[in-house]
Design a protein around this ligand. Structure first.
Ligand code: CU
Ligand code: CU
Length: 286
């Protein structure tokens, strides 16, 4: 059993060890395997096929397992590290210690948006982008997208989502207007400008954090650890409301065979959402 901490409370040494483990996974090629896996499971509901990871009820359990796998890889390098979480409702400016030189580095420069500071700056020689859709070998960010500004979600946005009494609802995709899952995942008709919570944070960081290969930016893991923490908070707030759909959808349902109910095993690990509901089997949050 280990603890995931708020990134703002990490000591200098803890940050150093986490960065070292990230760089070692990158050096060995393991890191890019996770980036590719995420890209492979980035299936939109406009496409055919099963959706395990996004625009789907199993958004939370799929990413919980994805983070666990990544955390195990980090711990194989250094057993003392875990994935911290980024509470962007409080650390909500580019001046946050998250973006300092000794941790994740800062914003991209104007023009090509290249990150120039910190351990993941291309110029420092340890962070070449290999798995992505478009060209470019360096990490990019564009905080708040000044040309078309977007703000980070607020505590009120998160609290509103946590009050939702139901986990998810038909049609179990990006168009659901009730339910905790899409309120947090954040899809909204009208596109980018209206995206909320989880999606809005990807958009605020900008650069490589947008799109299928977003784990290229190490802040991905800290953002998703916070998503995972919010899922634990929702579960404690609504102890009688469970994961939905509970049973396999009938063949008459348009989403039959496309989403994962409680006991349907999710690829690529062949694990059910049910087996991932209780995070305390794996770690706790501080
Ligand atoms: Cu994802
Ligand atoms: Cu995400």
């Amino acid at each position: 059993m280990y603890t995931r901490k708020n990134q703002r409370n990490l000591t200098r040494t803890e940050k150093k060890r986490l960065v070292a483990a990230l760089l070692e996974l990158k050096r060995s090629g393991r890191y890019d395997e996770f980036v590719r896996m995420h890209g492979q499971y980035y299936v939109s509901d406009a496409e055919d096929g099963r959706r395990a990871a996004h625009m789907t009820p199993s958004f939370f359990p799929w990413h919980r397992r994805f983070l666990l796998e990544f955390e195990r890889a980090l711990q194989a390098v250094d057993p003392g590290v875990s994935i911290p979480y980024w509470d962007w409702t409080t650390d909500n400016t580019p001046a946050s210690s998250l973006w300092a030189e000794d941790f994740l580095g800062g914003n991209g420069r104007s023009g090509d948006r290249q990150v120039m500071t910190g351990p993941f700056a291309y110029a420092n020689g340890n962070w070449k982008i290999n798995a992505r859709i478009t060209d470019g070998t360096f990490l990019t960010r564009n905080f708040g997208r000044p040309s078309h500004p977007v703000s980070l979600p607020t505590k009120a946005d998160v609290d509103r989502a946590l009050r939702r009494p139901v986990y998810d609802a038909a049609p179990w995709d990006s168009t659901v207007r009730t339910g905790f899952r899409n309120e947090i995942e954040g899809w909204e008709a009208g596109g980018n400008d209206r995206w909320r919570n989880h999606n809005r944070v990807h958009r605020w960081v900008g650069g490589l954090m947008m799109g299928a290969t977003s784990p290229n930016d190490p802040v991905f893991w800290l953002h998703h650890a916070f998503m995972d923490l919010l899922w634990t908070r929702w579960r404690s707030a609504h102890p009688d409301a469970g994961y939905l759909p509970r049973r396999k959808l009938p063949e008459s349902d348009a989403q039959h065979g496309r989403v994962f109910s409680l006991d349907e095993p999710m690829p690529p690990w062949n694990v059910t959402p049910a087996s991932l509901l209780d995070h305390r089997r794996f770690y706790r949050y501080a």
